[in-house]
Design a protein around this ligand. Structure first.
Ligand code: AMP
Length: 555
């Protein structure tokens, strides 16, 4: 297929904001490209390969500046300058190709296959060695592609290489366009199902060009990740049981990284929730799975949790995330931030288990997991219908530093990609704090004339002083702002520009997301996203700084 044909579609897509129109534009392209539908779908999504293939072009915007300069004979500083002006290297490439001094390399027209073949080649350079990638060669390949492109083609090649198409085409649009192109708008659910299982629109599109039967036959395959089932949020144990039924399985909710782990004989691959492959970053996980998962062919759903090697205490996710991103010095990082794998579900064991009830899946998981001391352990879990038991598990989980609990329906299948109520997460109920309003700021814009933000204070009996613990600014209704301003205005002690100090007489009950340590407030702590729950006119002394400290330690 001529690349210019694809480019015409890109231009049409770029011109409209309407999802419906985008869908028909894509549908038209798809129905005219049955022969090379796999390539066309990938290119239409602006990703030369599905994201779970461990391939990355590895070309940054900075490198792209070099490439454009190389391909067009313009100086790097000219390209840089245009980039600053346009804010989009695609447009820059287009303009530079338009005014280039060198001859177009090939007289032949560029094809979509050629673009795909080149980008694929570049992505595969250095695929097996993380260290030595020959950047000059990569640049040369892409520069050649741009040299042989027309100006408008250069715009989209550049964006494809940078993997930022700016076309507003999401997965839903591709799904609907396939339905429109091949089934007169029918079978959207089937297409979605096939995508959830394969996470690869080129495979799905190929099946669409054949028949519905082919589409329905698409199944889970080892080493091709499945979209993860997501959890709904509930506010109480009662709501949890209402959603998942009684009895239910209650798991600890760990603060780690969701990992879908595939094993076939002696080969293991690890995928994140965003379906990116991270096998190379986690050789310790691979080893633990090889040793402790007694199955030839399996896919398990797990949480990878980092711990402190000195005292086994919990390590926050931010630290673990270092390991996800890092591609170098993996061994050193592995020792600094060791991890344990906590399997909680099994999706495949010789056959797909997605349609089996969770009760059965768990039994199968228990059969194949050989627990080890640290590296590989089933999640802490109980089956119960007692609300009291759930509450005590939740408290225990929180006191051990975990995030809370998950509640799971025993008689539910695994539904990939959906936030269905087959599994719910229970948000920990934060104890509220009673605090005094000790200061604030006059509002601006729409909040002019009102006090727009409020400094909250707790009390230190030792110092007989009010200590600040944060600022409440968002989530207040106009009525609340008006009432607060009316009450606080007479209590203003001092003003400095917009800043005001207020006599601590108005007491509020504040909700918040969490308590963080903070050098910015005199108490040493800051509430994250504090909200006004109620006025506490019945109180005249706020909660103590000791209480804030205790709640911080309990989180
Ligand atoms: P959230 O990310 O807040 O939507 O919560 C769901 C996430 O909790 C999942 O994607 C997992 O990464 C994580 N998680 C931790 N422990 C468990 C567990 N026992 N079962 C399921 N998910 C868990």
């Amino acid at each position: 297929m001529k690349y210019s044909k694809l480019v015409e579609t890109y231009q049409k897509l770029e011109k409209t904001q309407s999802t419906l129109e985008k869908t028909s534009i894509l549908a038209e392209l798809f129905s005219e490209s049955e022969e090379n539908i796999e390539e066309v779908v990938l290119l239409a999504m602006g990703r030369p390969f599905p994201k779970w293939k461990d391939l990355d072009l590895g070309i940054s915007s900075r490198t792209m500046v070099d490439i454009i300069s190389q391909a067009t004979g313009k100086s790097e500083s000219e390209v840089e300058k245009a980039w600053k002006e346009e804010g989009d290297l695609g447009i820059v490439a287009e303009k530079m190709v338009e005014g280039k001094t060198q001859q177009r390399l090939m007289t032949q027209e560029l094809t979509a296959e050629k673009v795909l073949e080149r980008t694929d080649k570049v992505a595969r350079m250095g695929e097996n060695s993380l260290e030595s990638v020959n950047m000059d060669k990569k640049k040369k390949h892409i520069a050649e592609l741009i040299s042989s492109a027309s100006p408008i083609e250069a715009r989209y090649i550049t964006r494809t290489v940078l993997q930022n198409m700016r076309l507003g085409v999401g997965e839903g649009t591709v799904r609907d366009a396939l339905a429109e192109a091949f089934f007169q708008g029918e079978n959207t659910e089937e297409i979605q199902r096939a995508y959830d299982l394969t996470t690869d629109f080129s495979t799905v599109a190929k099946a669409c060009t054949e028949d519905v039967g082919r589409l329905k036959n698409l199944e889970v395959e080892i080493f091709r990740p499945i979209r993860s089932m997501l959890a709904k949020k509930v506010e109480s144990v009662e709501e949890g049981f209402d959603t998942v039924g009684k009895p239910a399985a209650i798991d600890y909710k760990y603060d780690g990284m969701r990992a879908q782990i595939h094993k076939k004989d002696d080969e293991v691959k690890v995928f994140t929730r965003r379906l990116e492959e991270v096998t190379k970053q986690f050789p310790d996980v691979v080893k633990a799975v090889k040793t402790n998962l007694e199955a030839d062919k399996a896919i398990i759903d797990t949480e990878i949790v980092a711990y402190n090697p000195e005292d086994y205490s919990k390590v926050p996710f931010q630290k673990l995330s270092k390991r996800i991103k890092r591609k170098y010095e993996i061994q050193r990082l592995k020792e600094q931030i060791p991890v344990e794998v906590r399997p909680f579900d099994i999706l495949y064991l010789d056959n797909s288990l997605l349609n089996e009830d969770y009760r059965i899946r768990w039994e199968k998981l228990v059969e194949v997991v050989q627990e080890s001391d640290k590296e590989f352990k089933l999640v802490d879990r109980a089956v119960t219908e007692s609300e009291d038991e759930v509450v005590s598990m939740q408290q225990k989980s929180l006191s051990e530093g975990h995030e809370g609990i998950m509640m799971k329906a025993l008689d539910a299948r695994y539904k990939p990609g959906s936030r269905v109520g087959y599994m719910v997460k229970l948000k920990p109920v934060m104890e509220t704090l009673d605090l005094a309003i000790v200061g604030g700021e006059w509002g601006e814009g729409r909040r002019k004339g009102w006090i727009g933000s409020f400094k909250l204070g707790c009390y230190s009996p030792e110092k007989d002083e009010y200590l600040e613990v944060g600022k409440m600014a968002t989530g207040l209704t106009d009525e609340q702002l008006e009432e607060l301003t009316k009450r606080l205005k007479p209590l203003i002690i001092d003003e400095d520009g917009r800043d005001i100090d207020i006599k601590p007489e108005v007491m509020v009950e504040a909700e918040y997301e969490e308590i963080q340590k903070s050098p910015n407030y005199s108490s040493g702590y800051a509430l994250r996203f504090p909200r006004l729950k109620s006025f506490r006119d019945d109180k005249d002394v706020p909660d103590s700084v000791q209480k804030v400290r205790d709640l911080f330690n309990q989180q």
